[in-house]
Design a protein around this ligand. Structure first.
Ligand code: WT7
Length: 636
């Protein structure tokens, strides 16, 4: 059903929670035409449903049991007894089926940097094989960890896939993290090899990644070798190998390791409620099934689509929906290195026009930022190739939703808001393009997923009332453990008995659409990036002037949340603007620019429980002028 609306009506729709229906443009390419019927069928027998999806992929040998689930450990396994290698599905299968010349990645550099380039499936497979053989020649074997800290070029996914080819476990660290944060992740994973780029581009400047790796690996015992993708002609650091030279010496064929479907594919570090990031573990079999299936149905990914996702592979969105999901589907993926507003805020829209992008997947923060630059930027470009828009990472406010829908989608594209997490690996709550959407709601549970909004006892709350979002099922791409800390993994099922607690507050409306309000734990969501309050606090207390600190997230119109830190100084230090600036810089250097507090307030004391735990909730309520809630455990 075509929809004719103007902005005034759209605004009204947003506040009344009205439905937006797909246009013919979208419906013509629908893969799932009856989302409700599909969910119903899947939920009657989720295992049979996922087994059906798994049959679309190639396995060396198939499973004897679809799923086992032991909640008391907890331990989940999918496609038990099967053997596979995710790279066979991402690469070999397409080459074998005559699609080797199809473009896998189109690389779009920052303006004025390198030249755009494309890599076909066949070329990508060869590159992956050479890197894999190179890693093998360095002694990397199945189960070894390899840290990847690279700029966004096709060699980043190639390095990931090369590890997977051998059954080695990749640990990608986003190249915006600082040396101490990189070091912590290398050490926790016990990586043997680190692969980095010499530099990346950001707003016309080279970011010296090799120097950060040098600082991070200084005195680290586990690292045996450093490999560098050389984009420039600076000499290699002592002992490092050039990625190109390593590849040149290798054969372009490399047999994929025959792995258990439950063999770890990667550890990806994400923030939790302590200062220590969690290495979320995903595996070859179920992860490949879950990501590729959800990618296909959420975006109606057809053979001729040109897909762009603005996430860096350093985050889960990049792992699942820039690398594995699209490649398993044989899609053409556009990679854009650098900032969204360089040389100006028309960068992405220019890319849409030039590359004829059909599917555009980004974040609310990016949309809000681009919205502020004004309507004239998108208006300058031909965006008529677009059919599907996607959003992820944080709640999208109806205003940004409508701007995206109207100014980018020209009211003729489906806007898919995907709710999921590093831990879930794949989309769990969203819509499909043929299904009506509501601005500000990701939608409904995906086929095979049961989501509920409950109180702390696990009882469902009435419709439109706020509660905890929980998941009542298992799915193929769910995390298998937290590397080195299975107890922390078990914690997800202990908060509300019987359920997987996601850590978000939500409401379900009368039509079954879920609205996500935000995190309920000590995790912040800044520009869609997940940052633990404890991580920022521990970075702050590592500064000689800081005795104690407490960090909260404050609502921010652009970033979703901004960071405010309360700091108690050590004796002998005086509060000043200079010191506040120095502390901000310290967090930037210790953790990352994303984690830098926007505001620092020096305080004489912090609200604590009698057991000494800082009550951030109380600080936040005071800051925002809202009710403090239960403060019976407050010390004074
Ligand atoms: C948390 C997970 C999954 C990729 C990016 C973030 C928030 C994620 C949405 C959405 C509202 C969202 C939640 C979630 N979140 N997507 N569509 N609407 N909130 O992954 O870093 O693991 O963070 O991001 O709070 O729990 P992540």
């Amino acid at each position: 059903m075509a929809q004719e609306t103007n902005t005034a009506e759209l605004q009204q729709d947003a506040s009344s929670g009205e439905l937006f229906l797909p246009t013919k443009h979208v419906l013509d390419k629908a893969i799932v035409t009856d989302f409700d019927a599909l969910r119903e069928r899947a939920n009657q027998n989720p295992e049979a449903f996922w087994e059906e999806q798994a049959r679309d992929l190639e396995w060396f040998s198939t499973w004897n049991t679809v799923k086992t689930w032991q909640p008391e450990i907890p331990k989940v396994e999918w496609f038990v007894g099967a053997t596979c290698n995710i790279t066979v599905n991402a690469l070999d299968r397409h080459v074998k089926n005559g699609r080797g010349d199809k473009t896998a990645y189109r690389y779009i550099p920052e303006e004025g940097a390198e030249q755009p380039s494309s890599v076909s499936y066949k070329e990508l497979l060869e590159r992956v094989n050479r890197i894999a053989n190179g890693l093998k020649s360095l002694g990397v074997i199945e189960g070894d960890r390899v840290t990847i800290y690279m700029a966004l070029t096709p060699d980043l996914p190639a390095a990931m896939l090369a590890c997977a080819r051998l059954g080695a476990i990749h640990c990608v660290v986003y190249a915006g993290f600082s040396a101490p944060a990189l070091k912590q992740r290398i050490e926790d994973s016990g990586s043997k090899v680190v692969i980095s780029s010499d530099y990346g581009w950001r707003r016309g400047k080279k970011v010296d990644l090799a120097a950060i790796v040098k600082d991070a690996t200084d005195g680290i015992a586990c690292i045996e070798k450093q490999i560098i993708q050389q984009r420039g002609d600076a000499p290699l650091p002592e002992g490092a190998l050039s990625l190109d030279e390593l590849c040149a010496a290798q054969a372009s064929e490399c047999e994929p390791a025959v792995l258990s479907s439950e063999a770890p594919l990667f550890y990806l570090y994400t923030s939790g409620t302590t200062g220590k990031p969690k290495g979320i573990c995903h595996v070859h079999g179920g992860y490949g099934v879950g990501t590729s299936y959800t990618q296909r149905i959420a975006f109606d990914l057809n053979e001729d689509d040109i897909y762009f996702c603005s996430a860096d592979p350093g985050w889960i969105t990049g792992h699942s929906y820039v690398v594995y999901g699209p490649l398993i589907n044989g899609a053409t993926v556009v990679l854009g290195e650098g900032a969204l507003d360089f040389p100006d805020a028309g960068r992405w829209w220019k890319m849409v026009e030039e590359q004829k992008i059909t599917i555009f997947y980004s974040t609310p923060t990016a949309i809000r930022a681009l919205m502020r630059f004004g309507d004239e930027f998108p208006a300058k470009y031909d965006l008529s190739s677009l059919r599907i828009l996607g959003s992820v990472g944080e709640p999208i406010n109806p205003e940004a939703w409508l701007w995206f829908y109207k100014n980018i989608g020209h009211e003729n594209c489906a806007l898919i808001d995907t709710w999921w997490q590093t831990e879930t690996g794949q989309f769990l709550i969203s819509t499909v393009p043929s299904y009506p959407t509501k601005p500000g709601s990701p939608g409904k549970p995906y086929p095979g997923i049961t989501a509920k909004v409950v109180n702390s006892q696990g009882e469902e709350v009435p419709r439109n009332e706020q509660g905890f979002l929980v998941i009542d099922s298992q799915w193929p791409a769910m995390m298998r453990t937290i590397f080195g800390d299975h107890e922390r993994y078990a914690g997800y099922w202990q908060q509300i008995p019987g359920y997987y607690s996601v850590g978000d507050a939500a409401k379900m409306d009368e039509d079954g659409y879920i609205r996500v309000i935000g995190r309920t734990d000590d995790v912040m969501n800044v520009s869609g990036y997940r940052i633990g309050t404890a991580e920022v606090e521990s970075a702050l207390v590592s500064h000689p002037a800081v005795a104690e600190s407490a960090v909260i997230g404050k609502p921010d119109p652009l970033k979703g949340e901004s960071i405010k830190a309360f700091v108690i100084l050590r004796v002998g230090f005086e509060a000043s603007d200079d010191l506040a600036a120095a502390l901000k810089k310290h967090v930037r250097v210790e953790l990352s620019p994303i984690a830098m507090p926007g505001e620092i307030e020096f305080v004489p004391s912090l609200p604590k429980t009698r057991s000494g735990k800082i009550m951030r909730r109380v600080l936040k309520a005071k800051e925002l002028g809202t009710a403090t809630g239960d403060i019976s455990t407050l010390e004074d």
